[in-house]
Design a protein around this ligand. Structure first.
Ligand SMILES: Nc1nc2c(c(=O)[nH]1)N[C@H]1C(S)=C(S)[C@@H](COP(=O)(O)O)O[C@H]1N2
Ligand SMILES: [Mo]
Length: 153
């Protein structure tokens, strides 16, 4: 079997979940709309990955696995989801895309919440693709940052 020596690996995080209850992420699931805080998001188990983001930020990224997060909030593996950013950039991730590539919904960099300059407050990365994205072998059009909304499509 051939494995990539450089794919960033995620490990279980020792960080305690956030206690910040300010509402940061809008969830739209059918007719239901509600907002989640970092504390709400981090009730899903946290993972750490050491990597560099192609836009610059580098270090220990901490977050929740996207599919675990979605399921914890009523969105199923077979659902298509749409993400919308503060700059109105938007991406769709189908069930098949999320099966092919595991995305981490990042909530922290080096232990702290991410500022807008660090691509926060929330961003998507695919740790397994990190090295290939950095060297330009893979596109990172799905690596949306400054996420403000998640919709079940
Ligand atoms: N919030 C946000 N995320 C984004 C983008 C964006 O414009 N806004 N551009 C996407 C695209 S198309 C790519 S290729 C990468 C890099 O975008 P850039 O080349 O515009 O810097 O980030 C992705 N994530
Ligand atoms: Mo792009």
């Amino acid at each position: 079997m051939v494995t990539s020596a450089h794919a960033a690996e995620a490990t279980s995080s020792p960080l305690a979940p956030s206690t910040d209850h300010s509402l940061t992420l809008k969830m739209v699931i059918g007719h239901d709309q509600h907002w989640l805080s970092l504390a709400d998001i981090e009730t899903t188990p946290l993972y750490d990955v050491d990597m560099q983001h192609p836009e610059g930020p580098e270090g220990r990224f901490t977050g929740v696995w996207l599919d675990a997060f979605l399921e914890d909030h009523g969105i199923q593996p077979e659902d298509r989801v749409r993400f919308i950013a503060q700059d109105d950039y938007s991406v769709f991730l189908s069930a098949a895309e999320r099966q092919k590539t595991r995305y981490l919904l990042v909530t922290r960099l080096n232990g702290d919440p991410l500022s807008r300059e660090q691509l926060g407050p929330l961003l998507l990365v695919a740790p397994e693709d990190a090295e290939a994205v950095l060297t330009g072998i893979l596109p990172h059009a799905r690596w949306i940052w400054a996420v403000r909304e998640v919709r079940r499509q």
